[in-house]
Design a protein around this ligand. Structure first.
Ligand code: BDP
Length: 335
């Protein structure tokens, strides 16, 4: 009898303990359900642009996979200002995500400047191979020391000059032109080397700067030139294709470190799909923009001898490239 009572007592005790453990486990679960997160992401472009549409697609994927627990809210059209400011916000964790040109990333992680040198890539195809390969991954990983998690690259074609004074047909036509460039000293030297006058101005101030004559023009890819309506002011577009600068979308490391491994994995998985989607959207948009510009009566000058432009920018590649010459050799070797 005693044995049995003891036995019961013992069993009852264990059951009680197991019950308590279960209750605690459930309570812990209730107190910490998988956290919902609205990921704020900024872009200087409006909805409908390849980059914003690709991030919208990412939001749809995440929302589907988590029944709405993870969502992306896009702050497009420079609602949060220019790209330098956006990166600062992401670094401190005030903004979870942003999509920016690599042009403004060089000042944060210097190796990215390898992608910002004029005529460093021979073709878009070579750039794709570089960013899709080991070099691209290496560089994205290096963003961590700048407080950023690199999620992936996006296409942005090649950049060419436009201005409101005269068509640029040869390098001599660059003389004295005040050209806005992205906020990175490389680009100022690049324009100066070509005989123009490079001025670094935030993208959010560019339209007004052209309108008021602070600058005569700028340089960009056809979709930006068209969508941002710069062609309304600067009517001469010359395909010098002096820069092939990819873009990236990045996450705040501060916020990332607090996410569950599952959420990190979901974001990575969605990002990989975003890269492919944006590339498709980009190819279609580039052609559509060139067609739209033609319809607007914009004369696109295509038959430019790039030789003198390449030669004039050799000192820029030497000056800024010296610090990462090994990386530049690796890029050059990509066929
Ligand atoms: C556009 C990029 C955008 C840059 C802009 C610029 O898509 O990210 O901010 O150029 O020139 O092509 O600042």
């Amino acid at each position: 009898m005693k044995r049995t009572e003891e036995g019961r007592g013992g069993f009852g005790g264990r059951a009680w303990l197991a019950g308590l453990m279960l209750a605690l486990f459930l309570l812990a679960g209730l107190a910490r359900p998988a956290a919902a997160l609205e990921i704020k992401s900024s872009d200087v472009h409006p909805m409908g642009y390849p980059t914003t549409e690709a991030i919208k697609y990412m939001g749809d994927l995440l929302s589907d996979w988590t029944s709405g627990r993870l969502q992306i809210k896009i702050f497009h059209s420079m609602q949060l200002g220019g790209e330098k400011e956006a990166l600062e916000q992401v670094q401190v964790g005030a903004l979870e995500m942003t999509r920016v040109s690599v042009g403004v990333v060089g000042p944060i992680v210097e190796d990215f400047n390898a992608f910002n040198l004029p005529y460093v890539f021979r073709s878009i195809d070579q750039m794709h191979k570089v960013v899709d390969g080991e070099i691209g991954t290496d560089l994205l990983n290096r963003l961590e020391k700048g407080g950023l998690i690199g999620l992936g690259y996006m296409d942005a074609g090649s950049r060419s000059f436009y201005n409101k004074t005269h068509p640029i047909r040869s390098i001599d036509d660059m003389k004295g032109l005040k050209i806005r460039v992205m906020q990175n000293p490389i680009f100022v030297d690049m324009v100066n080397g070509m005989g123009g006058n490079g001025l670094s101005v935030s993208f959010s101030e560019l339209y007004t700067a052209m309108q008021t004559g602070v600058v005569d023009g700028a340089e960009n890819n056809p979709p930006t030139y068209e969508v941002q309506k710069h062609f309304e002011i600067a009517k001469y577009y010359s395909l010098t294709e002096h820069l092939i600068v990819p873009e990236i979308f990045v996450f705040s490391k501060k916020v990332w470190d607090k996410l569950s491994p599952l959420d990190q994995q979901l974001i990575r998985k969605a990002s990989a799909l975003v890269v492919g989607r944006e590339r498709e959207l980009w190819a279609a948009k580039e052609q559509a923009s060139l067609d739209a510009l033609k319809k607007q009566g914009i004369q696109v000058i295509t038959n430019i001898d790039k030789g003198p432009f390449i030669k004039a920018t050799a000192p820029v590649r030497e000056k800024f490239g010296a610090k990462f010459s090994a990386l530049l050799k690796r890029i050059e070797a990509v066929k």
